[in-house]
Design a binder for this molecule. Structure first.
Ligand SMILES: Cc1cc2nc3c(=O)[nH]c(=O)nc-3n(C[C@H](O)[C@H](O)[C@H](O)COP(=O)(O)OP(=O)(O)OC[C@H]3O[C@@H](n4cnc5c(N)ncnc54)[C@H](O)[C@@H]3O)c2cc1C
Length: 419
């Protein structure tokens, strides 16, 4: 009997299989299509590089001939702006990208069966089954829509007519996205209720109206965001779009699918090898899926709102201010420690996330060191015994922003209260 069967070889399936094989488990992956195969989702958000580094595939991706895109022509509130990002998006051909990731899983020892459609009788051959079959959802877990129904029209053009920047444009209740792919063709999508044909939306636009005829007629895909409230149990889990789908406006679906694969691998490793911590592992992964879905839904709602999203004011910490630990913010929560999930002391942020470590710094012990309200300067000096002062100041700032440390305002003097 194998340890884990993964159904589906897209980014989520390849990542969970690769990670589990790196952890020494016997993994089989079944992918029904022959790769490379076409797939929507060609613009990868910059956060994917952290996952490539974690998985040891950054060099392969860097040398695969994909395209970096820093510039976006954005027409969202009636005006066109050219935005230059510090961190570029990675533009890929998803057929080649998915094949590369699956190749990395195979090289790590995963038994990849392809083309091979999984069926119900395959499920009994493994101690644990991972559904990574994308929107088709092989194991039919219940999913809850988290936004109204969305349809995406997509098509390709022979070239971008001279503009290499990614284009994003809003038209009433719909929006358009397009970019040049690594092979020089131009890929565009139109998101809306699906009632208006893509050609009509393109004609109404400023940034897409001169594209001419597409290579093939536009095709429609379901892009409705959803979440599964029960993505894991003792014998199975769903990852990537088998567990949740986010609004494509963030271009972060692949990043989120990869992150879910990495988180699920730690949870599955714990369930199979440290059964005493299995319930912490299940809680950890269920919270990961719920948080990813909620955060993206809130972000998408802000992006569609008429007013620009509010950005938080940076908090200025003055050397003399006193800060006290918010003791209700210290909780026991499941977190990744090494290759497993364990219950650890963490701090609850104002967004409800439980964070045990900020990079390598354990946060709960720092709070425990603040028995009484302490001036900012002294906190930084004390913490600088175990970390560089700039790091201590950054951790203090983050804890104040998250309301884990609370500023203590001096009581008004009699003179102040008379004014
Ligand atoms: C219109 C649209 C635009 C998008 N644009 C972007 C974007 O620009 N950037 C971005 O990051 N994300 C984007 N996304 C999201 C992105 O495509 C997904 O988040 C990502 O593909 C999810 O990866 P996955 O591995 O979960 O699923 P998939 O990539 O769909 O992979 C699932 C795999 O499972 C296989 N499979 C299914 N059933 C079986 C079976 N029974 N047996 C064996 N194999 C099976 C399929 O063949 C497939 O290869 C977009 C999504 C949509 C709908």
């Amino acid at each position: 009997m194998i340890d884990v069967l993964v159904i589906g070889g897209g980014p989520a399936g390849a990542v969970v299989a690769l990670r589990l094989a790196q952890l020494g488990l016997a993994v089989r992956l079944m992918e029904r299509s022959t790769f490379p195969r076409p797939h929507v989702g060609e613009s990868l958000s910059p956060g994917v590089w952290v996952h490539f580094a974690t998985l040891g595939v950054a060099d392969r991706v860097l040398h695969a001939g994909f395209r970096m895109s820093r510039q976006t022509l954005l027409r969202w509130r009636g005006q066109t702006e050219r935005i230059v990002s510090e961190r570029p998006s990675l533009i890929v051909d998803r057929g080649r990208f998915d094949a590369l990731m699956l190749g990395a899983a195979r090289d790590a020892g995963v038994d990849v069966r392809q083309p091979c459609a999984a069926s119900a009788h395959d499920l009994g051959e493994a101690r644990f089954v991972v559904d990574a079959s994308g929107r088709s959802g092989f194991t039919r877990r219940t999913r809850r829509p988290v936004a109204s129904r969305k349809i995406a029209w997509h098509a390709r053009w022979p070239d971008a007519r001279g503009e290499s920047a990614t284009r994003v444009e809003r038209l009433d209740a719909t929006w358009l996205w397009g970019t040049t792919l690594p092979d020089g063709t131009f890929s565009a999508m139109a998101f809306g209720s699906g009632e208006e044909p893509m050609a009509s939306m393109l004609r109404r636009s400023e940034l897409f109206s001169r594209l001419g005829d597409p290579i093939d007629p536009p095709r429609a895909a379901d892009a409705t965001p959803y979440v599964c409230d029960d993505p894991i149990d003792m014998r199975s889990a769903a990852v990537g779009e088998a567990a949740f789908a986010i609004d494509p406006i963030s271009s972060s679906g692949v990043q989120a699918a990869m992150a879910s694969g990495i988180a699920a691998a730690a949870a599955i490793n714990t369930i199979l090898r440290r059964p005493a911590d299995a319930s912490a592992a299940i809680r950890f992964y269920a919270a990961h899926v719920a948080r990813t879905s909620e955060r993206h839904a809130a972000w998408a709602a802000d992006s569609y709102a008429a007013a620009p999203p509010k950005t938080a004011e940076p908090i200025a910490i003055d050397d003399g201010a006193l800060f006290a630990a918010n003791t209700t913010a210290v909780v026991t929560a499941p977190a990744i420690r090494g290759d497993f999930i364990e219950l650890v002391a963490a701090v609850r942020t104002r967004f409800g996330d439980d964070v045990a470590f900020l990079e390598d710094t354990a946060l709960a012990p720092l709070l425990a060191s603040l028995a009484s309200p302490t001036p900012a300067r002294r906190i930084v000096d004390d913490w600088s015994r175990t970390m560089p002062p700039s790091r201590a100041a950054a951790v203090l700032t983050w804890l104040v922003e998250q309301q884990v440390l609370i500023p203590q305002y001096p009581r008004p003097t009699t003179a102040d209260s008379r004014e």
